[in-house]
Write a new protein. Structure first.
Length: 342
């Protein structure tokens, strides 16, 4: 059944999701910033900043007005980098609260969070913050090995929608098609933690590539990164079994293996001698692992936590990205850690 759907964020992944939803027969309103993106879509049926070569279906309406995008939408897909999330939500809380109130809706509205990052100042998981901000909605988290350039080209892909059963099923039904398979799950914490942590490990994988190290090194990194991810999922109360699925090992492998991965690019270019400031300045998209590595580093001190899990790769990524240490030195520190059982 066709539904009215809002997609908040017209970057590469937001544009890809909006296209898929429209091709599946839904009425999509895509919220765009800057407003020039909305104008470009209205006049040329293309996003002038992201995938300008891709024609977008007529079923997508573009607007820079958040309230207009959310109006009468049963589902909203939040596709905004974590560094901009608080600013976007707080800039027009009246629009969000009116939508979340669900006036005229028989069921609670569904908010599908597609951000794969952690919040800073203060550090917080996005699912926690969104749940506090909009307690009236049913929150779902969508994640998986989904490189936008491949999904928008209709190459077969899959994801998991984690959340309350009805809400997860809504997202599944809206997105599912012959080239995009969506599974449902209930472990929103595990899916979100896996989603942001894999970006940290992907920066390390890019550094391995930048140093021209081989497949063995990358395989070790992915495997031990998965072990760290599991410790953090369990610490936050998620289910470690989630890591065997699409949001865990699936997303981790593709993000650590593909040059299309923004986080991989950051690590590779940084290992080859470029500064982080230069890399980020030249990128048109956000590499979530940069902020996530800072947030993971700050989290235990900021929250005064005891029992924070051991995360040696994440700590070396923080030092590599934010303190400017050499990638080869970081790898040597990891290799010289005391012997232990696997």
């Amino acid at each position: 059944m066709a539904q009215r759907v809002a997609v908040i964020g017209a970057g590469s992944w937001g544009t890809t999701l909006a296209r898929r939803l429209a091709l599946n027969g839904h009425q999509v309103v895509l919220h765009c910033y800057p407003p020039a993106i909305a104008e470009g879509i209205r006049t040329s049926r293309r996003n002038p900043l992201y995938f300008p070569q891709v024609d977008l279906p007529d079923g997508i309406a573009a607007t820079a007005d958040l309230a207009a995008a959310l109006h009468d939408a049963a589902t909203a897909y939040l596709v905004v980098p974590s560094r901009f999330l608080r600013g976007l939500m707080e800039s027009d809380m009246a629009a969000w609260r009116e939508w979340a109130g669900g006036a005229g809706q028989a069921e609670r509205p569904v908010l599908c969070n597609c951000s794969k990052g952690l919040l800073l100042n203060p550090t917080q998981r996005t699912d926690e913050w969104l749940g506090e901000l909009l307690p009236e909605v049913e929150l779902v988290h969508l994640a998986g090995p989904n490189l936008a350039a491949e999904v928008i080209a209709d190459q077969p892909a899959a994801a998991v929608a984690a959340g309350p059963p009805r809400a997860a099923a809504v997202v599944q039904q809206q997105l599912m098609c012959d080239v995009y398979r969506v599974y449902t799950g209930s472990d929103i914490v595990g899916v979100e933690v896996a989603g942001f942590y894999k970006n940290i490990i992907a920066i390390a994988a890019g550094a391995v590539a930048g140093l021209q190290l081989g497949s063995n090194t990358r395989a070790v990194l992915i495997t031990r990164g998965l072990a760290e991810m599991g410790r953090l999922v369990e610490y936050f109360g998620g289910d470690a079994r989630t890591l065997s699925g699409l949001a865990g090992v699936g997303d981790l492998v593709v993000t650590c293996s593909s040059p299309l991965s923004r986080n991989f690019q950051v690590g590779e270019r940084r290992a080859m001698g470029q500064s982080v400031a230069q890399i980020l300045r030249e990128m048109t998209q956000v590499a979530e692992g940069v902020q996530a590595s800072e947030a993971v580093h700050q989290w235990p001190t900021e929250h005064g936590l005891a029992g924070w899990p051991e995360l040696p790769i994440a700590e070396e990524v923080y030092r590599f990205v934010h303190e400017g240490i050499d990638a080869a030195d970081a790898i040597q520190r990891l290799m010289r850690r005391p012997p232990r059982a696997e």
